[in-house]
Design a protein around this ligand. Structure first.
Ligand code: FMN
Length: 220
């Protein structure tokens, strides 16, 4: 696959089939992931690949509890994550769509055939893990595997997750993400984003580029 196709079309693919992913695909996702850079090349990371149904059931219950907590604590339990308070209609619509999809994942987490629990330690920036996560997701895309980077479990239910996965709690590990993986039920498409010209300045703050990039530079 063309690298630009992977870059432009790797989306949050939450709705996936229950069909298992071959192990050689899963292992290449991690093998590609660990090629990513980390601060001082420290590679303070671990990846727990979970495919076992019983463990997925337990993580599924935990993920749902974490998601419900997140919605309740931060958005007062509104199912649209407060989108009705967003003035711009297009943005509100987007938030509602994402929230529906995220709620689907929280209900069906245990059915997702594979998930990577990603841990890191000894990383003062807290950011060294994300290039590896994104590379793993891009490698999944190249194999036709849809992924979704999720963080609520590690944020809100870490202790129980450590217990379920038998992670030592005294070695400085923290769960940065759980990346779900499965064959998408929907179609791949170019990720819709605020255009380049609106988020890029040339040389100094506020000096617009005038590249006139309203549309993505790669398309089907
Ligand atoms: C740091 C980070 C944390 C995220 N956490 C969650 C999460 O906990 N649950 C979830 O369903 N999606 C989560 N997402 C996925 C985002 O909602 C998704 O990437 C974003 O809406 C863009 O989706 P798109 O690429 O399909 O347009 C997270 C993404 C990032 C980058």
């Amino acid at each position: 696959m063309d690298v630009f196709e992977a870059l432009y079309t790797t989306r949050a693919m939450r709705r996936v089939s229950e069909n298992p992913i071959p192990e050689d695909v899963l292992r290449q996702m991690v093998d590609a992931g660990i090629r990513a850079p980390s601060g001082s090349n420290r590679q303070g990371w671990k990846f727990i690949l979970v495919t076992d149904q019983e463990i997925r059931n337990q993580l599924g219950d935990l993920y749902r509890a974490a998601w419900d907590f997140y919605v309740k604590e931060f958005y007062g339990g509104t199912s649209d994550l407060g989108a009705s308070n967003v003035i711009d209609d297009e943005k509100a619509e987007q938030v509602i769509r994402i929230t529906k999809s995220a709620a689907w994942l929280s209900e069906n987490f245990h059915k997702v055939p594979a998930m990577f629990v990603v841990l890191s330690r000894n990383d003062p920036t807290g950011s060294s893990i994300f290039p590896a996560i994104w590379s793993l997701m891009l490698a999944g895309r190249a194999h036709g595997v849809g992924t979704c980077l999720t963080t609520v479990l590690g944020m809100f239910k870490p202790e129980k997750a450590f217990e379920i996965l038998n992670i030592p709690s005294d070695k400085g590990w923290k769960i940065d993400a759980v990346v779900t993986a499965g064959y998408p039920l929907g179609k791949w498409g170019v990720a819709k984003r605020t255009p380049v010209d609106e988020v890029t300045y040339l040389n100094t703050w506020g000096n617009k580029t005038n590249w006139n990039l309203e549309e993505p530079l790669w398309n089907y």
